[in-house]
Write a protein that binds this ligand. Structure first.
Ligand SMILES: NCc1[nH]cc(CCC(=O)O)c1CC(=O)O
Length: 310
């Protein structure tokens, strides 16, 4: 019988301190509490500041990519200060440090990007030459591929900062993930963009829970809240990303869905200025997911050739 956490010996949940990260940590706590009939105070939410959170005003990707938002949290996990770490999987590197494992998934939220522009329903409504704010290489490239007439400005900071920039006219539109808005219960006039129009980031809308590999007690508890269908689509998407990763700073998008036969996967790589888009699809069984991701990535890399990334 698994030893259950108590208010005196709570299960410590590590997370970044942003409002979205905290909402995700609370969702994780609530699911665990419900699964085991435990009171909320059997869990402690431990916000951890990461390098990525500290460095607000520099071009983050110059500083070392995705691990920026996870290193301190993973160190706390290895040190035993926390027992699990809750992550937005869109921001997670494909490999975890020695001794840690990431194999628990909460049910995926809305995978779509949100278009946010007061009074406008979608990208097509933007006037010729309009300015759009985003800090996402992927969204920038996808937008310019569709609308080369638009200009894109860097948009950083929290949701409030971005909404203020919109109202000040710094840009006429911006993007966020529907998942984040939904998880925070926010209504900012967002319009969901169909994936055919803007393919989301790999693992967008998915929350993953990381733990120490040798912690059998925690593994048993996490099994109770694991969502297998989410694991299946993410396995295909992350294999696609893993095969592409390291080869480029190129914008990448990928989305897998269940079909009657198994899985469907679509992937896309773009030149940062949107001047070229390479995409493809695979279908297969659920067990084929990772192989579909790898195969599609290899195919796109071969199509791209050396010039694509330069
Ligand atoms: N890169 C930041 C980030 N990481 C995850 C989300 C949203 C939630 C999700 O996709 O799970 C966001 C913000 C955004 O893109 O609007």
């Amino acid at each position: 019988m698994t030893q259950m956490p108590t208010p005196d010996a709570p299960l410590n949940i590590g997370t970044r301190g942003s409002p979205l990260a905290l909402a995700q940590a609370h969702e994780t706590r609530d699911r665990l509490a419900r699964a085991f009939g435990l009171a909320p105070d059997c869990f402690a939410i431990v916000p951890i500041k990461t390098t990525g959170d500290r460095v607000q005003d520099r071009a983050l990707r110059e500083l070392g990519g995705k691990g920026l938002f996870t290193r301190e949290i993973e160190e706390a996990l290895l040190a035993g200060t926390i027992d699990i770490a809750v992550h937005s999987m869109k921001d997670m590197p494909v490999l975890q440090p020695e001794g840690l494992i990431l194999d628990t998934w909460l049910p995926r939220e809305d995978v779509r990007d949100a278009f946010i522009a007061p009074g406008l329903g979608g990208i097509a409504d933007l006037p010729q030459g309009a300015v759009v704010g985003t800090s996402s290489l992927r969204r920038r490239a996808q937008l310019l591929a569709r609308r080369p007439d638009l200009s894109v400005v860097e948009f950083r900071g929290n949701l409030q900062t971005r909404m203020r920039k919109l109202s000040e006219g710094v840009a006429q539109a911006t993007f966020l993930a529907m998942a984040g808005l939904n998880r925070m219960g926010l209504e900012v006039g967002q319009a969901a963009i169909p994936p055919e129009e803007m393919l989301p980031a790999v693992a967008q809308g998915a929350i993953g829970i990381e733990r120490r590999q040798d912690d059998a007690r925690i593994a048993a508890m996490l099994a109770a809240i694991h969502d297998a269908p989410t694991a299946e689509v993410i396995a295909a998407e992350r294999a696609f990303l893993a095969t592409l990763d390291g080869s480029c700073e190129t914008p990448i998008a990928g989305l897998a869905r269940h079909t009657a036969e198994g899985l469907w996967l679509r992937g896309e790589i773009l030149r940062p200025d949107g001047s070229e888009v390479l995409s493809g699809e695979r279908r297969g069984t659920i067990a084929d997911g990772p192989a579909m991701g790898e195969d599609l990535a290899r195919d796109l890399l071969a199509q791209a050739g050396d010039g694509f990334f330069g």
